[in-house]
Structure formats: structure tokens, C-alpha cells
Design a protein around this ligand. Structure first.
Ligand SMILES: CC(C)(COP(=O)([O-])OP(=O)([O-])OC[C@H]1O[C@@H](n2cnc3c(N)ncnc32)[C@H](O)[C@@H]1OP(=O)([O-])[O-])[C@@H](O)C(=O)NCCC(=O)NCCSC(=O)C[C@@](C)(O)CC(=O)[O-]
Length: 299
């Protein structure tokens, strides 16, 4: 299959990138991050997470973030909503898109959202119904698609089964999460091949973490298969609170550099994006994990 002509980047740094930070990051910094990402040309930003503050304290200011952000024309600002409580709170803030998040691993599902895979799907059904009645689109995540921190290998058929359930429930897109970044290119292709038997390729997204330094290679592999939506995090920020040692998503700067080199359109200004990575890492005292960001900053 030829490479896609353009790729839509889903920027997850304000949520996935920051959720694991142990020290509270003030809302003003989060809002500036979101604004700078929009100014760099990102058209889809996952801004917050309406989850329990007891589970993920860093996302406790979700209301202030969602109502405080300056909306730019053409940019979608989305939020995670694991249940009806989260959805209602997000709707009250005027959210235009939400995401539910499940897993292909039973143990991870319990650790992350305190229920089995089957229970999570039951919990998501009314979230989708309510969101749809409010005219809000719902994205679906599947975690552990290339491995689980507790169970090890995960069968592609299991990933396909959970993805299909989310898609059939009404998620307009299913994002496939290599939560702990253990995948390699052939494994990524095998997993995608299984999932895409049930779901059209243009309804799938790749959400690959870079823990083992494989994210770019894996993304190249799935781009070859026709994936055209990629989740990424500026400066490679992030990690999952329920996946010890997992590092952030592929750095947005690195994937944009790769896509530019392949002649694939993103509409993103790489220099502005790299400046944003430099700024946020300095603001929160984290190393910049984007090789491209570091190289550009050194110029
Ligand atoms: C799902 C729950 C809430 C279940 O948690 P629970 O304890 O089973 O829920 P509960 O219904 O029994 O409620 C317990 C308490 O939480 C409150 N509560 C209940 N729901 C909400 C809500 N929406 N917002 C705020 N508060 C909430 C509820 O009101 C109650 O408060 P209390 O009476 O004890 O004071 C919990 O497990 C949770 O919040 N988990 C979130 C975990 C999380 O955010 N993980 C990181 C995101 S997923 C990820 O990073 C992976 C991804 C998406 O990036 C893809 C990848 O890389 O693989």
C-alpha cells in the first residue's frame, strides 16, 4: 500500500504527556502548552482527562483547562472520559470530542480503570449513547496492543476483538496503544493486519510509546500499511501511571521530521513545534526526549 498523502497528528502531551508528572503543574502552564501547540499548526489536541483525581491527581484541574483554553478555528480540543460521570463533567465544559479507553489486557484494564475488559465495554456503552445524543464524537483507545506490563505478550486477535467492540459501539476512530513501547515493526504490522480485518484502515490510529526506542520504526511500518492518524507528544513527554517505567509517546517533532522527509503533509510548523518542546521541558524541568527538538534547539 502507498504511503498516505497526509497524516493527522493527535497531540497528546497536555494529557498523556503530563498525567504522570509527580509534581503539580499549574493550569496556566498547561493552557500555554495547548495554545503553543495550536499555534504550531496542530489541529487535534487532547487537552485533559476527566478521570478521578484520586487516580490521576495531575489531571484534577480538567475543568479549568477545558474552560480556560483559547479555542482556535479548526482545532479540536478533546478529553478522556472513562465513564458517565467524566462525560457529564466534560460536556458541562463544552467539550466537542471525548475518548473512552479500554485495553487488550485484563490485568491492565483492572489496574488502569478498575474493571474487566467486558465491564469496561458495558461502562462505555452509555457514554457513547450520551455523547452521541449531545452531538459529541467519541474516539476509542485500546491499550497494550503490542504487550502488557503485567501479562507480557498480547495476541493480535485479542486486540482485534476489543477494537471491533469499540468500533461497533460507535467510536469513530480506534487508537491502538503500544502503552509500554515494546513493539517492533513486524509485530506492529501483524497486530494491525488483525485489527484491520474488522475496521477500515482510515478509522484506525497509531499511539506508540517510545520506551524501547522503536516508535519511529513501528510508525514507519504502519504508515506503509496505510495508517494516516498518529498520536504523538511534544518533546516525547509522558508515561502511563499504570505502566511502570513506560516513557512518553513518539515525540511530535521526530514524527513530523520523518513525515516531512517522506513528503507526507501534516500542516505543522516544525520549528514552532520544536520551540514548544524546548519551552515546556524547561518549564516543567524535564529532559527533551525529541532528538529533532534537541538538534533544532542547538542550531
Ligand atoms: C475509571 C475510574 C474513575 C474508576 O474508578 P473506581 O474507583 O472504580 O470508580 P467508582 O465509580 O467506584 O468511583 C470512585 C470514586 O471516584 C470518583 N469518580 C468516578 N469517576 C470519576 C470521574 N470520571 N471523574 C472524577 N471522579 C470520578 C467517584 O465519584 C468516587 O469518588 P469518592 O466517592 O470516592 O469521593 C478510575 O479508575 C480512573 O479514574 N482511572 C483513570 C486512569 C487513567 O486516567 N489512566 C491514564 C489514562 S489511560 C492511558 O494513559 C493509556 C492511553 C489512553 O494513553 C493509551 C495507551 O498509551 O495505551
Amino acid at each position: 500500500m502507498p504511503f498516505p498523502k497526509s497524516v493527522r497528528l493527535v497531540e497528546v502531551a497536555p494529557r498523556d504527556g503530563l498525567q504522570n508528572e509527580p509534581e503539580p503543574i499549574d493550569t496556566v502552564t498547561k493552557l500555554e502548552l495547548i495554545d503553543r501547540l495550536g499555534a504550531a499548526g496542530i489541529r487535534y489536541i487532547e487537552a485533559a482527562s476527566f478521570v478521578s483525581p484520586k487516580w490521576v491527581p495531575q489531571m484534577a484541574d480538567h475543568r479549568d483547562v477545558m474552560t480556560g483554553l483559547t479555542r482556535r478555528e479548526g482545532v479540536t480540543y478533546a478529553a478522556l472520559t472513562p465513564n458517565l460521570k467524566g462525560l457529564e463533567a466534560a460536556l458541562a465544559c463544552g467539550v466537542e470530542e471525548v475518548a473512552v479507553f479500554g485495553a487488550a489486557s485484563e490485568t491492565f484494564s483492572h489496574k488502569n480503570i478498575n474493571c474487566s475488559i467486558a465491564e469496561s465495554l458495558e461502562r462505555f456503552a452509555p457514554v457513547l449513547e450520551r455523547a452521541q445524543s449531545a452531538g459529541v464524537r467519541v474516539r476509542g483507545y485500546v491499550s497494550c496492543v503490542l504487550g502488557c506490563p503485567y501479562e507480557g505478550e498480547i495476541a493480535p486477535t485479542k486486540v482485534a476483538e476489543v477494537s471491533k467492540a469499540l468500533y461497533e459501539m460507535g467510536c469513530y476512530e480506534v487508537s491502538l496503544g503500544d502503552t509500554i513501547g515494546v513493539g517492533t515493526p513486524f509485530a506492529a504490522k501483524r497486530m494491525l493486519e488483525a485489527v484491520s480485518r474488522n475496521i477500515p484502515m482510515d478509522k484506525l490510529a497509531a499511539h506508540f510509546h517510545d520506551t524501547y526506542g522503536q516508535a519511529l520504526a513501528n510508525l514507519y511500518a504502519v504508515l506503509e500499511e496505510g495508517i494516516a492518524v498518529i498520536d504523538s507528544s511534544v518533546a516525547g513527554l509522558g508515561g502511563c501511571p499504570y505502566a511502570k517505567g513506560a516513557s512518553g509517546n513518539v515525540a511530535s517533532e521526530d514524527i513530523v521530521y520523518l513525515l516531512n522527509g517522506l513528503g507526507i503533509e501534516t500542516g505543522i510548523d516544525l520549528n514552532r513545534l520544536a520551540d514548544t518542546g524546548t519551552w515546556i521541558t524547561q518549564a516543567i524541568g524535564r529532559p527533551n526526549r525529541s532528538k529533532v527538538g534537541v538538534a533544532l534547539a542547538a542550531k
